[in-house]
Design a protein. Structure first.
Length: 273
C-alpha cells in the first residue's frame, strides 16, 4: 500500500492512483504504521457512511411501503397504487391480514414482507371486524283477544351487530361479487333488504302464533322472539363468514289513538249487537 502524493489516499501500488487517476508517485516520509492507520480510518469512515446509507434506504422503504387504510368505514381495503421501486415493502401490522395476488391466485400474509413482483393486488382485512346496523320494521297485526280483522301498526327499531367469524370466507365471498373495496355502508346496503324481511316476516308470524299483539307490553312480547330471529339471520349471513353478536329491540312506537279507536269501535259494536 502507498499514499498518493496528489490526493493523499491510501491505494494499492501501481502506475496510476485508483482514486484520482494521477501518475502514482508515493508520498515521501510516510511510515508503514501511518499507512495502516489511514487505511483503518478510511475503512471506519466507509462503515459510518454505509450505516447512514442503510438507514436512509430503510426510511425510504418505509415511506414508500404499501400500507392499509381503514378510514371512512372501509372493511376491505384495496391498494392499487404500487411504488416504482424494484423491491416493494408491504407492511402488515398485527391487527390485520393481507390477501396478495400476483396473478397466480390469492395468498394470505400476516407479517410484513418484500416483493420484486411488478404487478400485483393487495387487499387488507382487519382481524377483528364488527358491523353495526339499525333496522326499523313496520309491523301490522291484530290486537290479542279481540279479532283478526282490525290491525294496529307498530314501528319496531332493532340494533344488529355482526362480527366476522371467518376472515377467509368474508374476503372471498365479497371479492367474488366483483367489488374491490367494501365499506360498512356497502355491506349493510347489500344485506338490509334481506335481513329486514327476515325480521319483519318472522316477527309477524311469531306474533300470530302468540295470539297477536299484547298491547299491555308490546316490547316485552317482541323481545321474546329475538333468539329465534338470530338463528334465522345467522343462516343468511354465514355465507359471508358473519355471525350475529347482538340483536336488540331498541324501541317500539305505538299509535295509541289507533288502538283506542279500534277498542272503542269494538266496545260499541258489542253493545249494538
Amino acid at each position: 500500500m502507498v499514499v498518493c502524493s496528489k490526493c493523499g489516499q491510501v491505494v494499492d501500488e501501481g502506475k496510476f492512483c485508483e482514486k484520482c487517476g494521477s501518475l502514482l508517485v508515493p508520498k515521501e516520509g510516510v511510515n508503514p504504521s501511518d499507512i495502516s492507520n489511514m487505511v483503518n480510518n478510511q475503512s471506519s469512515g466507509g462503515r459510518f457512511f454505509d450505516k447512514i446509507s442503510s438507514s436512509m434506504n430503510r426510511a425510504a422503504s418505509d415511506l414508500m411501503a404499501i400500507k392499509s387504510d381503514f378510514s371512512n368505514g372501509i372493511l376491505i381495503c384495496k391498494i392499487s397504487k404500487i411504488p416504482n421501486m424494484q423491491e416493494k415493502k408491504i407492511k402488515i401490522d398485527d391487527t390485520e391480514t393481507l390477501f396478495y395476488n400476483n396473478g397466480t391466485g390469492f395468498t394470505k400474509y400476516n407479517q410484513t414482507f418484500t416483493t420484486q413482483d411488478k404487478d400485483f393486488l393487495c387487499f387488507y382485512v382487519k382481524n377483528v371486524t364488527i358491523i353495526q346496523n339499525t333496522f326499523i320494521v313496520d309491523i301490522k297485526a291484530p290486537i290479542k283477544n279481540l279479532n283478526d280483522v282490525d290491525v294496529i301498526s307498530e314501528k319496531a327499531t332493532f340494533n344488529l351487530e355482526l362480527k366476522v367469524e371467518d376472515n377467509d370466507k368474508f374476503f372471498n365471498s365479497l371479492i367474488s361479487i366483483r367489488q374491490d373495496t367494501w365499506r360498512v355502508i356497502d355491506l349493510n346496503s347489500m344485506l338490509s333488504m334481506t335481513l329486514n324481511k327476515i325480521i319483519s316476516d318472522n316477527t309477524i308470524s311469531m306474533l300470530k302464533n302468540d295470539g297477536n299483539i299484547d298491547v299491555r307490553d308490546v316490547k316485552g312480547q317482541l323481545s321474546k322472539f329475538s333468539d329465534e330471529i338470530i338463528k334465522l339471520i345467522n343462516d343468511e349471513v354465514a355465507k359471508y363468514g358473519l355471525n350475529v353478536q347482538l340483536l336488540r329491540l331498541f324501541n317500539v312506537e305505538t299509535n295509541i289513538q289507533e288502538i283506542n279507536k279500534i277498542l272503542i269501535d269494538n266496545l260499541y259494536k258489542n253493545y249494538s249487537e
